[in-house]
Design a binder for this molecule. Structure first.
Ligand code: NOJ
Length: 813
């Protein structure tokens, strides 16, 4: 797997002359040429090369597209550019048109939220049999962490640091979706998310571009299998392009604003990785990027996506994003539709604007018909690649069942996502986890313990809470009468309820919109009572996924909602040992818990196998191996908080020797009332065993710049021996970080540039090697071009972003 992680599709152009220089006979000429070539290479070398997608490039496929296009009327062409939500709604104000009629006229290219053989076949029969050119509809759906079999949420999957896990989730999701008539999924979401106030962090791979890119590739591979023509492949839609995760102040749909360098170096890599992996479609975002909305942005959609990356699939807007361009105040309906189309948005999701205002503008000559033709071509190409023309329908299969195989797959992934945040020894007991038989009576307390709906996690459009095995159900099975249970309090208080009642998400699972207002004082007293009768109390606390996670679920606080904190403090006050299991889709503020609770397990929103997976770790059947994909703050005021900070001239814990004496106390970059650092940093996660790292070794401590620029890969390799020094087998995610210590543009204090998951028996040592070359060492210079300059990189290897085992690499002229 390590090899697979490290083998990446070439995305860079290397300039041959650099290599040829060796053969120039005259030494001075050689030196001169070296200088010239290296200088130009430093600015132009290794820029991104468009990578054509072989799935969409075949001559035969394109010939079919052209033949069909020739026969289409303008209305039929525009029909291909529209998508309607003909089932439930996953956004505001779904249109209510007569879809049968539109489909018969060939004026519905795509539909979303129509699921199952019966419903999809209904519309498909109309399109295939009644429309003039028999063009199939492409049905799209939000398949986010499984289709019917619901796995842990994507942020949890990222915590496994295991691309194979992401691939497996996508694979089963694709099979199940396809069997339900869905050949196109609105996944993966690869927005870099550095601010947990933003509820959509739950759908993401977290804060880091390197980890995010590795996972982006894996999701695409799992869905598309490098072959869209397979009956169980689905086309992906990589979203939300671009930089949606950087919404100012963590408020959903808000603008983003950043330098082009940050955009390219931090936010774009995962989208690019997904495109290079063959992504067939991309979803344009709601947010504006430096003043230009993502759904009408020629720079991101045409210049970068198509020209630089060579993307040849199609772009669908996010839900209503084209019509909403009017709210961005960049024009009226016809103007914004034209801007979106010309910028490169091919399909209008539930906006009903392309369908109404494009044709007249083509007729009046305002929009060249060739712009429409190009968009139609891109959409038809994907339809042909998926073989929808040959296999438009789906057979009605047996009703979905969460079979033992599917459960095993969901449990395996969930097991890997658990992050042990803390496991301090308790006096006279030792480490609380794993639970031993010494704990005769166990109290299970908390609103998440038996809440099937919230354990499923956000975005489970077709998931079923009946498939969930809750913590209570599983612990009861394992402990029988030794388990005492109390809910303790609700997830929301009456106050929360008042605010949230009107903004519930409208997915199928959100059937019950009323929030019961619990009598917290009474239920907390019951919880305290059972805690006092037990040997250990497990608190299952978290967030309501239905109300507080995912889209339109931004928060200004990151603590436990409702009376949960009060409940936690009351149970801790009993003096009984407490294990806190956190079930939430975002990093929560756990400062009080970290100070007062000896054992904390981050279990995210684990999906249908929630109970078994949490129990696996609690009882030690599985040794936890997850690592945080996003920093956990001490206080919400630190957000956005991420480990790869850029340096400051007045670091709080830096070298103060060059600064006046009072600097250490006052004039440094810090908060008056809180540490700068994360409570639990990126990459953090404990195990029931211990791992030790030997001094890392590098095979070349100096490498010539020209070789790095010429693409010699690896230019150097860092190797490290990792040993399991504890008493049980375990998996460790070995992480490599670099710091470029001298560059023309200041570089982050640390950046992840390699990772590998290794499993070690007690006493076993494994050697892990990390290759370094242009791909790992480059950065964007002031001209927003990727480059490497002469410098020294400090390199750390270890089990988190706090890694201390160090070596270095010099890149010399
Ligand atoms: C809006 C969301 O932003 C997007 O992620 C989703 O795919 C669409 N709605 C369709 O439901």
């Amino acid at each position: 797997m390590c090899a697979e992680l490290l083998t990446r599709r070439a995305q860079t152009v290397y300039y041959g002359p650099v290599m040829k220089l060796t053969f120039v006979p005259h030494r001075r000429l050689n030196a001169l040429l070296t200088l010239i070539v290296c200088l130009s290479a430093a600015t132009i070398a290794a820029q991104t090369r468009p990578v054509p997608n072989p799935q969409l490039a075949s001559k035969e496929l394109n010939a079919r597209v052209e033949a069909l296009l020739k026969q289409m009327t303008l209305e039929e062409k525009i029909g291909q550019l529209v998508q309607y939500s003909a089932g439930f709604a996953t956004g505001p104000s779904a249109s209510n048109l007569t879809y049968d009629e539109l489909a018969a006229k060939g004026q519905v290219g795509s539909m979303l939220n129509v699921v199952g053989a019966e419903k999809t076949n209904h519309y498909q029969h109309i399109a295939m049999e009644k429309s003039r050119l028999h063009i199939p509809i492409i049905f799209g759906l939000d398949v986010i962490h499984g289709h019917r079999t619901i796995f842990p949420v994507p942020l949890a999957i990222a915590a496994s640091w295991d691309p194979e896990a992401a691939e497996a989730v996508a694979r089963l999701g694709a099979k199940e979706a396809r069997a339900d008539g869905i050949p196109w999924v609105f996944s993966p979401m690869v927005d870099i998310s550095r601010d947990p106030r933003w509820g959509r962090i739950v759908e993401s791979n977290g804060e880091d571009p390197y980890l995010g890119s590795a996972l982006a590739r894996a999701w695409v591979k799992g869905y598309q299998q490098d072959d869209l023509s397979k009956v169980d492949s689905v086309a992906v839609s990589v979203k939300h392009y671009a930089a949606y995760g950087a919404a100012i102040a963590g408020r959903d749909y808000n603008a983003t604003d950043m330098s082009e360098i940050t955009l390219r170096q931090v936010y774009l890599p995962p989208y690019q990785a997904a495109v290079a992996a063959g992504a067939a479609t991309v979803m344009s975002s709601f947010n504006s990027i430096n003043g230009v909305p993502g759904s009408a942005n020629p720079f991101t959609l045409t210049q970068i996506l198509r020209k630089e990356w060579g993307f040849d699939g199609f772009v669908v807007s996010d839900w209503g994003a084209i019509a909403e361009l009017r709210n961005h105040a960049i024009g009226d309906g016809p103007t914004v539709a034209r801007k979106a189309l010309e910028a490169g948005v091919d399909m209008d999701m539930e906006g009903n604007l392309y369908g109404t205002v494009i044709a007249s503008q083509v007729r009046s000559g305002k929009i060249p018909e060739s712009v429409v033709d190009d968009a139609v071509r891109r959409i038809l190409r994907v339809k042909f690649a998926l073989r929808l023309f040959d296999h438009p329908y789906v057979d009605a299969g047996p009703a979905y069942e969460a079979t033992p195989e599917r459960r095993a797959a969901a449990r395996k992934v969930a097991d890997e996502t658990m992050v042990l945040l803390k496991n301090d020894p308790v006096e006279a007991v030792g480490a609380l986890l794993p639970l031993t038989s010494k704990a005769k009576t166990v109290a299970l307390i908390g609103p998440m313990a038996d809440d099937a709906q919230d354990l499923l996690g956000a975005w489970t459009v077709t998931g079923n809470m009946k498939d969930v095995i809750t913590l209570k159900a599983e612990l009861q099975k394992r402990l029988g009468d030794r388990l005492l249970f109390a809910e303790g309090c609700g997830l929301l208080s009456g106050e929360d309820g008042k605010t949230l009642k009107s903004v519930s998400f409208t997915a199928s699972n959100a059937a019950d919109q009323s929030i019961p207002v619990p009598d917290d004082q009474k239920t907390i007293a019951q919880a305290v009572e059972i805690a006092t009768r037990s040997d250990v109390a497990i608190l299952a606390l978290g967030e309501s996924t239905n109300w507080m996670e995912g889209e339109a679920a931004s928060r200004t606080t990151l603590g436990f909602t409702g009376a949960q904190q009060q409940l936690l403090e009351a149970v801790v006050a009993t003096g009984k040992p407490v294990i806190l299991v956190v079930l939430a889709g975002r990093p929560l503020e756990l400062k009080w818990a970290a100070e007062h609770v000896p054992a904390i397990l981050e279990a995210w929103s684990p999906g249908i196998e929630a109970g078994p997976a949490v129990a696996d770790v609690l009882f030690g059947d599985v040794n936890p191996s997850g690592k945080l994909p996003a920093s956990f703050p001490r206080a919400v005021g630190q957000e956005p908080l991420y480990y790869a900070q850029t340096p400051t001239g007045r670091p709080a814990h830096g070298d103060l020797s060059r600064m006046p004496r009072n600097a250490a106390e006052k004039f440094v970059s810090r908060y008056m009332d809180e540490e700068n650092s994360a409570l639990f940093p990126f990459g953090w996660g404990l195990s029931y065993t211990r791992f030790s790292y030997a001094q890392p070794a590098i095979d070349h401590s100096e490498v010539p710049l020209r070789e790095v620029l010429a693409g010699r890969h690896p230019a150097a390799t860092v190797g490290v021996d990792v040993t399991n020094t504890g008493g049980v087998a375990g998996a460790e995610v070995v992480q490599l970080y670099i710091r470029n210590t001298s560059a023309s543009v200041e570089q982050p204090v640390r950046e992840l540039k390699g990772f590998a998951r290794v499993t070690l028996a007690p006493g076993e040592t494994k050697h892990v090697a990390f290759p370094l070359g242009f791909d790992e060492l480059n950065f964007y210079n002031v001209d927003a071009k990727r480059t490497v300059e002469p410098t020294t990189y400090t390199i750390w290897v270890g089990g988190s972003s706090l890694a201390t085992a160090e070596t270095s690499l010099k890149v010399v002229e």
